[in-house]
Design a protein around this ligand. Structure first.
Ligand code: MV4
Length: 507
């Protein structure tokens, strides 16, 4: 490398799989890496992967990964010239971006001003109008009182949706079917918003029925160029938590892709956006798309975009943050093949998705052609209960959607995580589901699938029956034959045998 690089050392203000993911690109680019960690993460993978590491404090995020002051202090002391925030934690905190700017440390993300312009949903809707971006009909400012709410709702027509301007993840959100329900819902949404976000500002949108959730990845440099990098289909989610993402979306053709992509780019440019961002849309059954919000960070599901574009988004983020112009133009962005991501969680789908942290006693990772596993775990690691229990992201690539699905089923069969419960079996169920395979998806898809008892649930023997059988067999000296193996992934059973059974299901 001959040219001077303004970034030589990067502090990664995050943990787990995303911290490791960011460090991998840093290492390929010859950049030094600095990790930070909480007490429960002392033995975490991101700590051993980094060139150096600093302790932040106790486990709770408010005492560790959210301590922007400590993190900036470690950046100065270690000589890091830049901070990568990953996702979550400080990644969308405009005040932290300003603190970085004041301290002369490069924040690898958008400027604070863009973050603020897009952070409030009402402000983002005004930005969408300025960028001539289609958005859901409704108000673009907070509602002053119930009379205004009633007037706007009558204008756009029921059903409507009340949303918190500061909201996210469905909090402060209320679907309202008729005028009679609006007053109660208005009060409830306002106080929930006030409690959750410290701002009671709510606004109204027309309710879009059975929408798909599709988002467009953008990347903007400091020289006024912004590219769209295709879309991701994110409709398979539960309680506003994404479960499976894929790229491209099976319902987005070339024309719709260009219209959504160009609209996303107009929005980013109008907000003077720089670095990686994601524009979220609802898409209805008639292929109308509506702007929802913009996420001003690198997202969990970025790998599916990387696999179909052949680009390294983290490397692009780092280059953009150094002031380099994007080295390609829109025509150079070619989508090829299909990618699917499964978010592997330490949780029990058979027990209301209860988090299942604990020690990983056995780990066999999937690999082979077209398989990528972005992971923050290793055999012997204890998954802490202080954070989101995502263990890894399993991402598979194939020439077609069907090939990517088959490859994912194969990779899931290879995946063995012992000692804790995981949601691996749930993915098998989704990937074998007829509607999923036909890409008949909307944001209600998974919740509908979960209403139907799984084969495992139907076969489950009640606990008291198991106890009775155990007692009986114990008295005859045949204890080994009792097994209530439901949802256990740590049983010494051959996965090849399991594959054979699944073949039967698939045929
Ligand atoms: C909507 C909607 C239908 N109509 N807005 C949920 C979280 C938030 N970020 C936006 N959300 C929705 N907004 C209108 N006008 C349906 C949802 C929605 C949803 C959106 C994306 C992904 C999953 C979802 C699950 C349920 C509801």
């Amino acid at each position: 490398m001959t040219e001077a690089m303004p970034i030589k050392k990067v502090l990664i203000a995050n943990r787990g799989e995303i911290a490791v993911r960011v460090m991998r690109s840093c290492r390929e680019m010859g950049l030094r890496t600095v990790a930070v960690y909480s007490d429960v993460d002392r033995g975490a993978l991101h700590v051993s992967y980094a060139d150096e590491a600093y302790r932040l404090g106790p486990g709770p995020a408010t005492e560790s990964y959210l301590r922007g002051d400590l993190i900036l202090d470690f950046a100065r002391r270690s000589g890091a010239d830049a901070i990568h925030p990953g996702y979550g934690f400080l990644s969308e905190n405009a005040a932290f971006v300003e603190a970085c700017e004041a301290a002369g440390v490069i924040f690898i993300g958008p400027p604070a001003s863009s973050m603020r312009a897009l952070g409030s949903k009402t402000k983002a809707r005004q930005a969408a109008d300025a960028a001539q971006m289609p958005r859901v009909p409704g108000s673009v400012t907070g509602l002053a009182n119930i009379d205004e709410a009633l007037r706007v709702a009558r204008e756009i027509g029921y059903p409507v949706m009340l949303k918190a301007a500061a909201g996210g993840g469905g909090k402060g959100m209320r679907a309202v079917a008729t005028e009679a329900e609006l007053p109660t819902a208005y009060t409830a949404a306002g106080s929930e918003a006030e409690r959750s976000f410290g701002s009671g500002e709510v606004y109204l949108e027309k309710l879009i029925e059975r929408p798909r959730h599709i988002e467009v990845q953008v990347m903007a440099d400091m020289h006024g160029r912004c590219l769209y990098l295709g879309e991701r289909e994110c409709s398979v989610q539960r309680r506003h938590q994404k479960v499976i993402e894929e790229a491209p979306s099976a319902v987005v053709g070339e024309v719709l892709r260009r219209r959504m992509g160009e609209a996303a780019v107009r929005l980013a440019l109008s907000a003077s956006y720089v670095n990686a961002g994601t524009v979220e849309f609802l898409v209805d059954s008639q292929e109308n798309f509506y702007f929802l919000e913009m996420n001003t960070r690198l997202q969990v599901e970025h790998p599916v975009t990387e696999l179909i574009t052949g680009l390294d988004l983290v490397q692009m983020q780092l280059r953009v943050a150094m002031g380099e112009p994007l080295g390609l133009c829109q025509e150079d962005v070619q989508l090829r093949g299909h990618a699917i991501e499964c978010r592997i969680y330490a949780e029990d789908p058979e027990n209301n998705f209860m988090p299942s942290p604990g020690r990983i006693t056995r780990l066999e990772r999937p690999s082979g052609p077209g398989v990528r596993e972005d992971s923050g775990i290793y055999e012997g690691w204890t998954v802490p209960l202080d954070y989101d229990p995502m263990l890894s992201k399993l991402v598979c690539y194939g020439a077609t959607r069907a090939a990517a699905i088959d490859r994912m089923l194969r990779a899931l069969d290879e995946y063995v995580v012992g000692g804790i419960r995981t949601n691996i079996a749930l993915f098998r169920r989704i990937l074998l589901d007829e509607d999923f395979r036909a890409a008949r998806l909307d944001t209600g898809y998974l919740e509908r699938l979960l209403l139907v008892p799984s084969i495992e649930e139907e076969d489950r023997v009640p606990e008291d029956v198991v106890a009775l059988a155990a007692a009986l067999l114990a008295s005859t000296g045949r204890r080994d034959e009792v097994r209530n193996g439901m949802g256990r992934t740590d049983l010494p059973e051959s996965r090849w045998a399991a594959t054979g059974r699944r073949e039967g299901l698939r045929a």
